[in-house]
Design a protein around this ligand. Structure first.
Ligand code: GLP
Length: 245
């Protein structure tokens, strides 16, 4: 695993965007796996800037988001559908038919949706470059501690810590959905290339355990140690402690 430690969040965002931009320029028909959360916001902003300022062309790129809450309609202000359109898709001219996000709308048959989503990834030829954040408990996408490293797209219960962290985006923590559809760790590990992003001191423990600790299903992100092409981009605050700690 390559680990890049950047001085600050802005540099992290620019480096992540540059890696994606290079990959899209090299292979315009790239299939991307895309995350949500606060960490990738700067990366999306930079990609939008590259689209308008440097003519970075996303018109042939396909995207698969990693997860979505269950029980929120796509147009709900806190759905990941809304997040993605607001921060990225509405600004970079990706054809709608190239955009994939799990459907967690109320009443959805989550088993069927999970199978459909996993098949759609396979039919697209798999994910070339998957970008993923990390939860403070080590989750990746919504694969909480205890998730099998062989897991595929499925419905999951969200951990209390995950819902507490997400509470800041909702009126109250009670409003945070209890379940989500997420791609599995097995799905993630089949991606050809993985970019892990982590920012802020709240992530440093999880990052240390994920990158340097034992590989264990108690720490979902540690599964990435078994992948042959992972680049972790950390800002200084998220980097595992060194001499000064
Ligand atoms: C949510 C998302 C994850 C994301 C995580 C961390 O749980 N489903 O994909 O990595 O939040 O979010 P943040 O970047 O806001 O810390």
């Amino acid at each position: 695993m390559r680990v890049l430690v950047t001085p600050d969040y802005r540099t992290l965002s620019c480096q992540a965007a540059e890696i994606i931009a290079d990959a899209v320029r090299f292979e315009p028909r790239l299939t991307l796996g895309l995350p949500t959360g606060s960490t990738p916001l700067g990366m999306y902003e930079e990609l939008v800037r590259k689209h308008s300022g440097e003519n970075l062309d996303f018109s042939r790129v396909k995207t698969f988001n990693l997860d979505e809450y269950i029980g929120l309609a796509p147009n709900h202000p806190r759905s990941y559908h809304t997040y993605m359109h607001l921060h990225f898709f509405d600004h970079v001219h990706i054809p709608m038919k190239h955009i994939h996000i799990p459907d967690g709308a109320p009443g959805i048959d989550t088993d069927l949706e999970s199978i459909r989503y996993e098949q759609a990834i396979q039919q697209a030829g798999g994910i070339d470059l998957l970008v993923v954040g990390i939860g403070s408990n080590g989750h990746i996408a919504f694969n909480e501690p205890g998730s099998s490293f062989a897991s595929r797209t499925r419905m999951v219960d969200l951990a209390r810590e995950t819902r507490a962290n997400a509470g800041r985006y909702f009126v109250s923590e009670d409003e945070v959905p209890r379940r989500a559809i997420t791609v599995g760790i097995g799905t993630i590990l089949e991606s050809r290339r993985i970019l892990l992003l982590a920012s802020g001191s709240g992530k440093s423990d999880a990052v240390a355990r994920a990158l340097q600790g034992p590989v264990s299903e108690d720490m979902p992100a540690s599964a990435l140690q078994g992948h042959s092409d992972v680049t972790a981009i950390l800002d200084a605050a998220a980097a595992p402690c060194r001499d000064e700690c």
